[in-house]
Ligand binder design. Sequence first.
Ligand code: NDP
Ligand code: 2IT
Length: 447
Amino acid sequence: MKSTYLEKQYQAFKERYPNEKEYLQALHHVMVSIDEIIDDHPEYQKYNIIERLSEPERLISFRVTWLDDEGNVCVNRGYRVQHSALIGPYKGGLRFHPSVSQSVLKFLAFEQTFKNSLTGLGMGGGKGGSDFDPKGKSDREIMTFCQAFMRELFHHLGEDVDVPAGDIGVGQREIGYLYGYYKKLTNQVTGTLTGRDISIGGSLVRKEATGYGLVYFVEAALKKIKDTSLEGKKVIISGSGNVAIYAAEKVQEFGGTVVAMSDSSGFIHCEKGVDLEAIKTIKEEKRERIETYPDYDARGKYHEDPSKMWEIDADIALPCATQNELDENSVKHLIKNKVMMVAEGANMPTTEKAIEMLRESHILFAPGKAANAGGVLVSGLEMAQTAQFDSWDFDKINKRLKDMMESIFEAIYKTAKDYDQENDLQFGVNVYSFKKLAHAMIIQGVV
Ligand code: NDP
Ligand code: 2IT
């Protein structure tokens, strides 16, 4: 970094949290962008904005004890990072995955604060979850775990305080169990979790929102920057969960061909385009591995090692699985195959080195903080519907999602351009959100 002030700040975080690799990575992304503007904003130093925006306001950690089907007493670690309530109640998903740690949730909560500030809705940032592994668990074990998790977490939630939703390993089923038990514990019916099933006050389009929103963003960026569209493009998508499935659905609707999808064990390659109904059956209905795909569609070939998926020739790559899944090795293949755009459906799926390589190769890069904001946006619309005691139709919400993703693209594109960093959407989003949050922080005093 050029600024010695920023470099010192970053080094101090590194010394304080030497083992929090993901958190430091997310901070570094933002600081590198702010480096370009810090000299024009003495108020950021005066009010110590960097340090205040980087430290979570509150970090809750607790033990989750539950009984499995064999009667074993199991222990997991649960967390909620309430990162920032600067512009509204803490808002962000819950993740159940063995890789969950304080560092992972701190990075996710930090990025969530930036992301949520783009939506135009008053939502602060938070994230939570547990190192519980839902794979191979019975439905009853999932419910038992969700209830044990909520028994601790409920103290810290509320529709005006902190409103969780889903993330990896937490979908509509888990939200249902968490919500049902939250109501039992509080004896109140409020919209304290989003991503609920329609029958219990959820919003239409929430399930599709992140994937659809990602593709609306991609379409807007391709049009403005590359003077083209998804029509006729070959797309590779990592993951086959909530984000990946609905990104694939929208890509197909826009005339693109999804040639590959993955899970953490392997990937399927389908040159003529994946059969999305088969993927939905495997993943949403049967909760099976993507390995079984050829049983449904013999044209699809299964390969082990999901990282090899990036070697497939494509025009556009959408990493929609997990953090740091797209590294320099994988990016080499994308560059060789002349991919025109990488857009992040997942949170921080591209390593810092890989982003640098994409930039050097002039491959358009859409950071997750902006490109995957559709999910939390529709969560915000779910909160609005609950507050109004109303429910809106699919087209109304879908249109709002599309319009908002286009506005987000325009706002960050313009910010990058205004600072002579044209087409650097990573710079655009970091600077746009940071300025907004810094302003909100300054006008609320030292608290
Ligand atoms: P899901 O649990 O529905 O799906 C996750 C998918 O990613 C699964 O297919 C999983 O495979 C796969 N995966 C996990 N790790 C790897 C890996 N190392 N290599 C290949 N595939 C892997 O989660 P979501 O779709 O909800 O979330 C995906 C990403 O999108 C996350 O980064 C999340 O933070 C982000 N996101 C989610 C939003 C939402 O609304 N749900 C909103 C914005 C961002 P397997 O089943 O084998 O583990
Ligand atoms: O990363 C994310 O934006 C989410 N997991 C969705 C959060 C939400 O509150 O809907």
